[in-house]
Design a protein around this ligand. Sequence first.
Ligand SMILES: NC(=O)c1ccc[n+]([C@@H]2O[C@H](COP(=O)([O-])OP(=O)(O)OC[C@H]3O[C@@H](n4cnc5c(N)ncnc54)[C@H](O)[C@@H]3O)[C@@H](O)[C@H]2O)c1
Length: 224
Amino acid sequence: MGDGLEGLEVGDNVVVEPYFVDGDCDMCQAGSYHLCRQMGFIGLSGGRGGLSEKIVVDARWVHPIGDIPLDEAALIEPLSVAHHAVAQRREAGDTALVDRAGPIGLLTAAVLKGMVVATIISELSQARKEKATSSRVADHVLDPSQEDVPARVLELTGGSGADVAFECAGVNAVLDTMLDAVRPGGVVVNVAIWGAPATVDMQKLVLKEIDLRGTIAYVRDHPR
Ligand SMILES: NC(=O)c1ccc[n+]([C@@H]2O[C@H](COP(=O)([O-])OP(=O)(O)OC[C@H]3O[C@@H](n4cnc5c(N)ncnc54)[C@H](O)[C@@H]3O)[C@@H](O)[C@H]2O)c1
C-alpha cells in the first residue's frame, strides 16, 4: 500500500475496477471516466494481465468486499456491467425483455429483479434456461426456437410490449426481435460487443420512437 491510504488494510479482500483512463480528457473531467478517450482495461489493453499473481493499481479502483466470498466477488465486475446497463433505462418500467442468458444476460436480469422489474428471458441453451429459472432472475423464460418471442412478449404484457429490452448476445436476429417486442416509446439497450456491424430496421425504430442506446462497462457502479 502506498503512503497515506485510508480505508484499506494489508490482507483485505478487494475487487478491482480494471480500468486504464487518462484522467485528463473531457470525459474524465466530466466524471464519465468509462468514456475516457484513452479508456482501456487491465488485460485487454495490457498492464501485464488481470490474472497476474501480483498487480499494482491505483487506490481509486480498489473496492473492499468485506466478507463476501472471493468466488462470489469474482462476479462483481460483470454484475457492475449489468448494473450500468440497467441504469441506461430512460425511465423505470414494469417489464424488461433480456435476450440471451449468458452471464451478462443473467446478471442484467438479476439487477432488474432487484429493482422489482418483471423479467422475460429469451434463450436457446437448455442449461442457461434452467439457470434463468433456478436462480429466479426470470419471471418468464422463452425459447426463440420454439416460440414467436415478440408475440409472447405482447401476450405477457397485456398487448403493450416490453418497456425495455437488453441485447445481450450481439446477434442480429436478437436485435430484430427487440424492435418488435418493445412498446412504442420503449428503450432497447445494446449491451453486446459486436463482432460485425449490425443492421437496424430504422422504420421500426422511427415509427415506434424506439430509443436504441449503448452501454459500456461501468462508472461508479461497483460500490452499489
Ligand atoms: N457493454 C459492455 O460493457 C459489456 C461487458 C461485458 C460483456 N459484454 C458483451 O455482452 C455480451 C454477452 O456476454 P456473455 O458473457 O453473457 O456472453 P455469452 O457468449 O456467454 O452469451 C451470449 C448468449 O448469446 C447466445 N448466442 C451467441 N451467439 C448466438 C447466435 N449466433 N445465435 C443465437 N444465440 C447466440 C448464446 O447462446 C449465449 O446464451 C457479449 O457480446 C459480451 O461481449 C458487454
